[in-house]
Design a protein around this ligand. Structure first.
Ligand SMILES: [Zn+2]
Length: 540
């Protein structure tokens, strides 16, 4: 998610004036107080006081010691506060610097050992004004006046409401248990499987378990008067349980709209390999905002309409063939939840591939031309304002071009590979080789170069690390075509398919003028639309 094009102008002005602070570094770096411990498990217990819009609870963190150390960084953002930290029955002291809290352990930890500590916290979490764009909690009501509560915190960070290691590089290897106490007439839906429900006269405790690694921004609470239905899906890795939780008032609409789920799984398993979290099941959960890729509990608020809130982002009509939130957010199960960026500067690995997945969904169900129409149609949303890759170590995202330009770069790459079976093997291979891991863009780029036996480093540098669109300068003289690239990085020499009169022909431009003779006088010249370059006619 993080679909920010509406706010682009605002974001641009912020991005250009980027002066990083110490807080940015504390958030964005793998600090010494983070590096020495490897997250194994979170057990998050939360009571949501809906009337007061407040939370209280604890997080028991299990970690493996990698190096001798006795100071541990956890993150929690104001106005939430840490009330107490306990390890082995003893209370620990801590000091705070903004969102970073340094827990002083009783002794130096021994490498190889597994340890636990419990952090108690409480407060009124930030309320999202415009979820999911700004992030925070949403407290609202359904049309029957029942409370409807959820969090969305991509970008701003999970530490907006609970204390955790708020950096994407480290995920709890053994998963997470989330227990949420709600009033007894409401239900909480979180990630993974419902393993237990405890009741008192006035409350219910809903305990959900995720057994796979999970990115912390994916951990979520959804409280409402939900009705549940589900189905089994015979997938590549066996039987997958699909569960739907929707507001009572929307059950009929949801039963119709969510018929798209199995077609989504079929398309994505074809292109990307098995759904990455069979053990945790797959859910669509209605939320009081547009949607988010919460792992194994994808949240949905697209109004049971096709397109993006009923509109087609590509302007071609193909965007109305599917429910944008079902397809896009579920696509993130492969790119964001299975393969997760290790630094948010590489967020395109989530958003570029997932935007591209919309085109692959169309390809699977409607054919290659529909898919190309869609992804190329989305080019009008590219700004080329700042590079797609942001600054590392300071929690900085690059341009929102990570969506449409990222997708068009991948579409272009598919043309260069010229072998759809190999391309599919690469997409599946990425999901297999980087399964449940956090990776850098560079690792993904190198994987593709290695798998194809071609060095794509200049190609990736051009599109990911600059805002320059390659200009393909063309000059025609009778039956001779001259061409060269300008506006390119060192070594950029991407071949393209030219349309010459009514025929297609590969040419191999670089920064120097080259020429080729054609048998006939050239009456028409153009670049095949799949290539994201700017043709420029120049006088010979
Ligand atoms: Zn997304």
């Amino acid at each position: 998610m993080k679909y920010r094009f509406l706010f682009l102008l605002l974001i641009c002005s912020i991005s250009f004036a980027q002066n990083y602070t110490r807080q940015d570094s504390l958030r964005g770096q793998i600090t010494a107080e983070r590096a020495w411990w490897d997250l194994q498990h979170y057990q998050l217990d939360v009571t949501v006081d809906i009337d007061n819009k407040s939370l209280s609870g604890s997080n028991t963190i299990t970690y493996k010691v990698l190096e001798n150390a006795d100071r541990l960084q956890l993150d929690l953002q104001e106005p939430m506060r840490i009330d107490k930290v306990v390890q082995n029955g003893k209370e620990l002291k801590w000091t705070s610097e903004g969102i970073a809290h340094y827990i002083q352990l009783q002794k130096k930890m021994k490498p190889g050992k597994e340890e636990k500590l419990t952090v108690y916290f409480s407060g009124k979490p930030r309320i999202a004004k415009n979820a999911p764009w700004d992030g925070g909690f949403v407290f609202t009501q359904d049309s029957n006046g029942k409370p409807f509560v959820a969090n969305a915190n991509q970008g701003i960070g999970a530490s907006i409401w609970w204390p955790n290691k708020d950096h994407p590089y480290d995920e709890p290897d053994q998963g997470t248990v989330i227990s949420v106490i709600t009033p007894k007439d409401l239900m909480d839906v979180s990630n993974g499987r419902l393993i237990k429900v405890d009741s008192t006269a006035t409350t219910k405790t809903w305990t959900w378990q995720v057994v796979n690694p999970i990115n912390n921004y994916g951990i979520n609470i959804n409280i409402g008067d939900y009705v549940h239905f589900g189905e089994d899906y015979a997938g590549e890795a066996g039987k997958l349980d699909i569960d739907y939780y929707v507001l009572r008032e929307n059950e009929a609409k949801a039963r119709k709209q969510f018929e798209q789920t199995t077609g989504m799984l079929e398309a994505f398993e074809h292109w990307f390999g098995p759904y990455p979290f069979y053990e945790d099941g797959f859910k669509l959960v209605e939320a009081p905002y547009l949607g988010m890729e919460h792992q194994s509990s994808v949240t949905y608020g697209n109004g049971y309409k096709n397109g993006f809130r009923g509109s087609d982002l590509s302007g071609t009509g193909w965007g109305l063939k599917f429910d944008f939130i079902i397809i896009h957010e579920a696509g993130h199960e492969w790119f964001a939840n299975n393969i997760t960026h290790s630094d948010v500067a590489d967020l395109w690995v989530h958003e570029g591939f997932t935007n591209y997945s919309e085109n692959l969904y169309l390809d699977y169900h409607f054919g290659t031309k529909a898919a190309a129409d869609y992804v190329i149609g989305c080019r009008k949303n590219i700004y080329n304002d700042i590079p797609i890759i942001g600054d590392y170590g300071v929690r900085n995202e690059g341009s929102s071009d990570m969506y449409y330009k990222g997708a068009n770069m991948l579409h272009n790459l598919r043309m260069l590979i010229e072998d759809d079976e190999l391309w599919r093997e690469i997409l599946r291979g990425l999901n297999e080789d980087f399964r449940h891991q956090t990776v850098s863009s560079k690792q993904v780029e190198d994987y593709i170069s290695k798998a194809t036996g071609k060095d794509f480093s200049a190609f990736f540098n051009q599109y990911l690390r600059t805002t320059m669109i390659p200009n393909l300068e063309l000059a025609i003289d009778g039956n001779q075509l001259k061409y060269r690239y300008t506006n390119i990085v060192d070594g950029f020499d991407m071949p393209v398919i030219m349309m010459l009169n009514d025929q297609e022909k590969w040419i191999f431009p670089n920064k120097d003028w080259q020429s080729e003779k054609w048998t006939d006088t050239i009456n028409f010249v153009g670049v095949k639309r799949d290539f994201y370059v700017e043709p420029v006619m120049v006088e010979d």
